[in-house]
Design a binder for this molecule. Structure first.
Ligand SMILES: [Zn+2]
Length: 302
């Protein structure tokens, strides 16, 4: 049974008009447009849009998608993580390296938004870092809030930290979601996430992002992009093997089946670099062009 704390209620706004929501029998009501948002039998508050909404995104045309010299290198473990990492259990989809970059809560009542939270597997780790976890998902009943990434039902600056794992590729208008994430973060707040690149089409995915696209989507929303990193342990062949070619096979079996091609692919690139010494045959370029997904870390400027 989901319940929302007073702290979370104070951050909720109407996704249609942005006015404060008030708690009401059977759900929530907008103080301005008078819409009623129902609560389900399991306590999940349904703050999805009830009617079409128009949103505007501004694009700064004429610039390069990425500033010269930005290094799309694989993420390395932060030597000074905010928490002792050995004590944490790392949920599926996250890595120790990624968690080592999580910011610790600054305020006592800091909120963390798990944007597209799925069945809520990040709750414990959010709490370990000192946050009250706020899970939002469009589909799953395990989320305390059902809502739309294009129209987040939260006041400006509600969160110190937003986590969005494997969500962006499922979003119909990625620039709008990024604009919303930016709006809902406090100045100095951090957004960490992942997005599909060479993963196959899955669960109605729309826009799979290259490293350049990932940077561009973040930058256009106003973020200071700190990292966009390939996933050396989740390359195209593994992703396509596990998610499409040998779908539903145990992980070890799909890895085994693609292993010969993976070995030939690595040899091919090794030879290519040995003969050409070209940057476009380098290991860094290979990782960018074959990564299953990209991880990003971005900060809202102060
Ligand atoms: Zn309203």
């Amino acid at each position: 049974m989901h319940t929302l704390s007073e702290r979370v209620w104070s951050a909720l706004v109407c996704p249609a008009c942005g006015a404060q929501l008030t708690q009401q029998a059977g759900g929530a009501a907008c103080s301005r447009c008078k819409l009623h948002y129902p609560v389900a039998a399991n306590g999940q508050l349904d703050l999805r849009l009830q009617r079409p909404k128009s949103e505007t995104v501004e694009f700064a045309l004429g610039g390069a998608p990425v500033p010269a010299g930005f290094d799309f290198k694989p993420l390395v473990t932060n030597p000074q993580p905010a928490l002792e990492l050995a004590s944490l259990s790392i949920p599926w989809h996250l890595t120790l390296t990624l968690v080592s970059h999580f910011p610790k809560a600054r305020a006592n009542d800091a909120l963390m938004l798990d944007l597209g939270c799925g069945d809520g597997i990040h709750r414990d780790i959010a709490q370990a870092f000192g946050y009250e976890w706020v899970g939002l998902d469009y589909v799953l009943p395990e989320a305390p809030i059902r809502g739309d990434g294009h129209a987040l039902p939260f006041a400006d600056g509600s969160f110190e930290f937003i986590l969005s794992i494997a969500v962006l590729e499922h979003i119909q208008f990625p620039f709008v979601m990024m604009q919303e994430a930016f709006r809902c973060l406090q100045p100095g707040g951090v957004l960490i996430g992942t997005v599909s690149f060479m993963e196959p089409f899955h669960n109605d995915s729309l826009y799979h992002h290259s490293h350049l696209a990932t940077y561009n989507t973040l930058h256009n929303a106003g973020f200071e992009v700190q990292a966009v990193s390939p996933s050396p342990d989740w390359q195209a062949l593994q992703a396509i093997g596990a998610m499409a070619l040998f779908r539903m096979a145990p992980g070890w079996l799909s890895r085994l089946l693609v292993a010969p091609l993976q070995a030939l692919h690595r040899l091919w690139w090794w030879l290519g670099y040995a003969f050409t010494r070209s940057e476009r045959a380098s290991e860094a370029y290979r990782q960018l062009s074959t990564s299953g997904s990209f991880t990003f870390i971005a900060r809202k400027p102060d």
